[in-house]
Write a protein that binds this ligand. Structure first.
Ligand code: PLP
Length: 418
């Protein structure tokens, strides 16, 4: 009998049992049969420095010696307090409060609830609409799916989802249409918040837009009293070239969601950062204005210790230099796709390189998808295209030679077309 495991985003009727990984080190995974896989997607975009960074694993071991888990609604602990201070110091200015949760999706749920709670507590009862971007992906819980693109990922669950207003993706040359659409909606004064993935739409196909468009969205939000939520779950921790993507637009959001690279990708943890104003809207003698959200493992001490160690790595190792070098190395490899008719739209944003393979059917369920996955596994490279969109998002420890292995595999994938 096959394994009882029901895998995520996995079609059991079509995909063979996946390789069993037994060990991870740096950019490499070892499988039970002795094979090796180069982790070109940082294990779903979480592994930033490389697998099992010694400083982070040591911090986890040490944390387990003193405190495992404790209810965070009634008591507090040093790792959570220290991490909150570190996050406030590192985040774009003005984000002074930190709310913990366990995954990117829950960080988004928290953000949406904060935005609606702040409006309601301020007596702004008409501000109930959330605006989201077409092709967005914010996670798979109900609120996160609601603000995500209504496509193949969530069609069966439509009855669970709430209505949101949409603005188009700010495609090159069409940014103004996005800004105009947002301004029209925001002027109604019925919008609580706009939620965006800053600079790169991840699961929506690694689509990229310029920092100035994000700065303009911030300007319109300010002018209309609308909150801006930056979902930096994927883009945070250096992925786009800066610690947070918002920095490149020179903006601070009102709410920022972070997860994935928060612990260097070692254990799950998320945080939603908010302005003092949003916190103050929930701080009241009236207990009904409490921020009613928790999960059992909120601010797990071991995960917080791992995140503190991740921040120490950022502060004490040349991580920013590694990110800059990887960004340059990725950009330098795009030229081989440009002008090759088997590819289109080669693009880069910081450490993320993406290119679409020229196939007739596009989108997540593009026919080529499963063939590509098999091909990459056979090549010993862990890559997971988003339909026809191929991308490489390796950990920052990847060497030039390893990056060549990744791009050789991407390039050779084009031979499968036709
Ligand atoms: N938001 C963004 C932008 C993401 O890319 C993801 C996951 O890929 C999420 C939210 C959801 O994160 P998680 O899978 O940890 O729930």
């Amino acid at each position: 009998m096959s394994s009882p495991v029901w895998r995520p985003f996995f079609q059991h009727a079509l995909e063979p049992d996946p390789p069993r990984v037994t060990h991870a080190e740096g950019a490499w995974l070892t499988t039970a049969d002795g094979g090796r896989l180069l982790d070109a997607i940082s294990s779903w975009w979480v592994t930033t420095h490389g697998h099992r960074h010694p400083r982070i694993t040591a911090a986890i071991r040490e944390a387990t010696e003193s405190l495992d888990q404790v209810i965070f609604a009634t008591v507090t602990h040093e790792p959570a307090e220290r991490l909150a201070e570190d996050l406030v110091a590192l985040a774009p200015p003005g984000l002074t409060r930190v709310f913990y949760s366990d995954s990117g999706s829950t960080a988004v749920e928290v953000a949406l609830k904060m935005a609606l709670g702040a409006a309601r507590n301020a007596g702004d009862l008409k501000r109930t609409t959330i605006v989201a971007m077409e092709d967005a992906y914010h996670g798979d819980s109900i609120g996160a799916m609601s603000v995500g693109e209504r496509g193949v990922f969530n069609a069966p669950y439509e009855p669970l989802l709430f209505d949101v207003a949409r603005i188009p993706f700010p495609a090159a040359g069409r940014e103004q249409a996005t800004l105009d659409a947002f301004e029209r909606l925001a002027r109604s004064r019925e919008v609580a918040a706009l939620i965006v993935e800053p600079l790169v739409l991840g699961a929506g196909g690694m689509r990229m837009y310029p920092p100035w468009a994000l700065a303009e969205l911030r300007r319109i939000a300010d002018a209309t009293g609308t909150l801006l939520i930056a979902d930096e779950v994927m883009t945070g921790w250096g992925r786009t070239g800066t610690l947070f993507a918002c920095e490149q637009a020179g903006i601070s959001p009102d709410i920022l969601c972070t997860s994935k690279g928060l612990t260097g990708g070692v254990v799950p943890l998320a945080a939603t950062l908010a302005t003092e104003e949003i916190f103050a809207a929930h701080r009241s003698q009236d207990r009904a204005r409490t921020f009613f959200h928790s999960s059992s493992y909120t601010a797990n001490p071991i995960a917080c210790a791992a995140a503190c160690a991740n921040i120490a790595v950022w502060r004490e190792e040349p991580v920013a230099e590694r990110v800059a070098a990887l960004a340059r190395a990725q950009a330098a490899r795009l030229s081989r796709y440009d002008g090759d008719p088997r590819f289109r739209d080669a693009r880069v944003c910081g450490t993320i390189a993406a290119v679409n393979i020229a196939v007739p059917d596009t989108g997540y369920l593009a026919e080529i998808g499963l063939t590509l996955r098999r091909f990459f596994l056979e090549r010993g490279v862990l890559l997971r295209p988003l339909g026809d969109a191929l991308y490489a998002m390796p950990p920052y420890c990847v060497t030039d030679a390893e990056l060549d292995l990744i791009h050789d595999a991407l390039f050779d994938a084009a031979d499968l077309v036709g």
